[in-house]
Structure formats: structure tokens, C-alpha cells
Ligand binder design. Structure first.
Ligand code: F6R
Ligand code: ZN
Length: 197
């Protein structure tokens, strides 16, 4: 663990952090239950379970006062009419924010809170998205050609809580329509989370 101030390179030639401490890769099977088209999902998992996204992290102590940062790379692709995306999560310590800075590609950060508010911010190179505390967040790659590459930074003590999203998904689904995208209501969400919305 570094004790003195440090810097690191984000290498956009191959969308990586060469000095990463941890690399997480998530294949489509990690997103079970999240896509509307269950047949298309099952077929794609059977046909090789494609790599949907990767995360490169710089390790720091997971405590208040520290910041965790790294790179998120969501590859292009569709499952039925829905775009490749991250699992999405709340922070375990809900009173913690996060900042994303888009370096490459075109996408969305889908966000919602436990009171039922839902919103999305577009990712384009140079755009920052600030996730206020209490909002679950999921990156969606809207391009079918390019990776969506974002830099993120969040408090060291935030932690990740995946359970609510694994159980009910997000309220909105992002689907391809007429060469662009549209947000539609996730009917499964209303069914699984009857107390909200
Ligand atoms: C950290 C954060 C990002 C995501 C990454 C992968 O709090 O929001 O680093 O962890 O984009 O997404 P998940 O964690 O939802 O699989
Ligand atoms: Zn987060």
C-alpha cells in the first residue's frame, strides 16, 4: 500500500490501467434476471457467456477519508433489444456519493433511489456524472461498436450492496428503438417491489 502521494496512468489505447491492483470481469451470466428477453439471455450464455464488462481498480484501505478509483469498461452488445450494462448496486453505506468521468464511448448512468425516484445521465467523452448519496447506479453502453470507458471515484468506506438490484432490477430498462435508445418501465420491478412506485 502506497504511503506517499502517487499518480497512475489510464491507457486509452487499450482501455486499461496498466498498474491496476484488481481486475474484475463480469460475464453475461452475472446479470441473470436483469434482462427482459430471458430466451435471448439464456442463448447468449449457452453460446459462450460473453464478457460484458471489466473494472480496473487501484487498491486503498476501505475506510472513511480514503478514495477508491479506477476504470470501468462496458463492452458493446445487446441481449434481445437491451444494451450491455453493469449489474448496478447501492452503496452499503448509503450516505456516500460517487463521481464518474466519461473518457470514451456513449452511454448512460441509470440511477434510482429507494423512494422510487429514477433518473439517467448521458455519458459522452468529457461528461461528469455525480451520483448523490442514496442512489443505485448502473452503466449502460448505448453504442454497438465502441466500449464505454469511464473513470470513477468514491469513498473508501462505501461498500457495495447488490441484493436489491439482483432481486428486482432497475425500474427502467434501456432498449434499442429506431437506431437510438428508449427508457421503458420494467414491469418485473413493479411486481417484485410492490411497496414502491
Ligand atoms: C463503484 C462503482 C463502479 C462499479 C463498476 C462495476 O462503487 O460504482 O466501480 O463497481 O462500474 O459495476 P458493478 O459493481 O455494479 O458490477
Ligand atoms: Zn458505486
Amino acid at each position: 500500500m502506497k504511503k506517499r502521494p502517487f499518480g497512475y496512468e489510464i491507457r486509452l489505447r487499450d482501455n486499461t490501467i496498466p498498474e491496476f491492483d484488481r481486475r474484475i470481469e463480469r460475464r453475461l451470466s452475472a446479470l441473470r434476471g436483469q434482462y427482459l428477453d430471458e430466451a435471448a439471455f439464456a442463448q447468449a450464455v449457452l453460446n459462450g457467456d460473453p464478457l460484458v464488462y471489466e473494472v480496473y481498480e487501484i487498491h486503498r484501505p476501505q475506510k472513511e477519508g480514503e478514495l477508491l478509483s479506477g476504470l470501468s469498461v462496458v463492452h458493446p452488445g445487446l441481449v434481445g433489444e437491451e444494451f450491455y450494462m453493469t449489474k448496478g448496486h447501492y452503496h452499503e453505506i448509503s450516505d456516500t456519493a460517487e463521481v464518474y468521468y466519461c473518457l470514451k464511448g456513449h452511454g448512460l448512468l441509470l440511477m434510482e433511489n429507494e423512494q422510487g425516484d429514477t433518473t439517467a445521465e448521458e455519458f459522452r467523452p468529457g461528461r461528469v456524472v455525480y451520483v448523490v448519496p442514496g442512489y443505485a447506479h448502473r452503466s449502460v453502453n448505448l453504442s454497438l461498436e465502441e466500449d464505454l470507458v469511464t473513470f470513477f471515484v468514491y469513498p473508501g468506506n462505501a461498500g457495495h450492496a447488490y441484493g436489491a438490484i439482483e432481486a428486482a432490477g432497475f425500474q427502467k430498462l434501456v432498449v434499442r428503438r429506431n437506431g437510438t435508445y428508449e427508457l421503458i418501465q420494467n414491469r418485473a420491478w413493479a411486481r417484485k417491489a410492490p411497496g414502491i412506485g
